[in-house]
Design a protein around this ligand. Structure first.
Ligand code: NDP
Length: 264
């Protein structure tokens, strides 16, 4: 389908969940994938191993996107892994919902925190990983990115549906602003820039509440027009589509990939 074989990709936050599914999906197309991660080396190595076992090519690169030296670390390791090849696909997927260093905020309670419970430190941390990092990762990728390249940003249906997670939702709103503007700026090089907005997705390592809370999975499935829980592979398939040559005429767009969650 896709003519992506032989290309290269950087997927941020690919150690687990949706990012890992994106990495596996692109690798299955014959793409050499840089599996970026922050803290979970074992998970990143598992993603790389699963790609290699399936006959694909990948390498893991670590960089804490909240750290000041994140970009130098990331791009030094990326250059080593690409070994002189250009980059064809950038997927800005890594994000946090709450401050992972704040045990209370990082628990399920943090996901429903009202404005009064959010600290400035947590707000800044969320914006540094979810907004500042994709902005500057993209900036640093531009000299490496081949003409005809693809940039896909992963947002969330929370920009459309007024659930809690206020700083997280605000950060995704900021991320969504990038695609149309960058599409205009980079279109002369044939580079497309799009955003995918998943709904609640069955990520067993992050969305544990879906399986721990009785009725949660069924309740979330009932909120979708398609009446089931979204899987990471549902999002990965849309990334692969936007990364493909078939999607060459689609740019600057926000693509909802939520199974029709909470449609008006
Ligand atoms: P996970 O929480 O499962 O994984 C997040 C990934 O981002 C991990 O690989 C993690 O790496 C990485 N990451 C987080 N913080 C940092 C950091 N400071 N530096 C470097 N890497 C970091 O996320 P999901 O799979 O649930 O979500 C993936 C994307 O999809 C996100 O953009 C999210 O907002 C979006 N989304 C998810 C939904 C869902 O229901 N799951 C719904 C809508 C949107 P490590 O663990 O190694 O630190």
């Amino acid at each position: 389908m896709t003519q992506t074989a032989g290309k290269t990709a950087l997927v941020t936050g690919a150690s687990r969940g949706i990012g890992a599914a994106i990495a596996r999906r692109l690798a299955a197309e014959g793409v050499l994938v840089a599996v970026h991660y922050g803290r979970c080396k074992a998970d990143a190595e598992e993603t790389v191993a699963s790609i290699e076992q399936a006959g694909g090519q990948a390498f893991a690169i670590r960089a804490d996107l909240a750290a000041d030296d994140a970009l130098d670390t990331l791009f030094s390791e990326l250059a080593t892994g690409l070994a002189g090849r250009p980059l064809n696909i950038l997927v800005n997927n890594a994000a946090i919902y709450a401050d992972p260093d704040d045990p209370a905020a990082a628990q399920a309670d943090g996901y429903v925190a009202g404005i009064s419970e959010v600290t400035q430190e947590e707000f800044d941390r969320i914006f540094s990983v979810n907004v500042r990092a994709p902005f500057f990762v993209t900036q640093r990728c531009l000299p490496l990115l081949a003409d005809g390249g693809r940039i896909v940003n992963i947002s969330s249906a929370v920009t459309r549906i007024a659930w809690p997670l206020l700083p997280y939702a605000m950060s995704k709103g900021a991320l969504e602003i990038m695609a149309p503007r960058l599409a205009n700026e980079l279109g002369h090089r044939g580079i497309t820039v799009n955003t995918i907005a998943p709904g609640i997705t069955d990520n067993t390592k992050t969305n544990t509440w879906l399986h721990d809370m009785p009725g949660a999975a069924e309740g979330v499935a009932a909120m979708t027009a398609l009446r089931r829980l979204g899987q990471p592979s549902d999002i990965a398939d849309v990334v692969a589509l936007l990364a493909s040559d078939e999607a060459r005429w689609v740019t600057g767009q926000l693509v909802d990939a939520s199974g029709g969650m909470a449609l008006a």
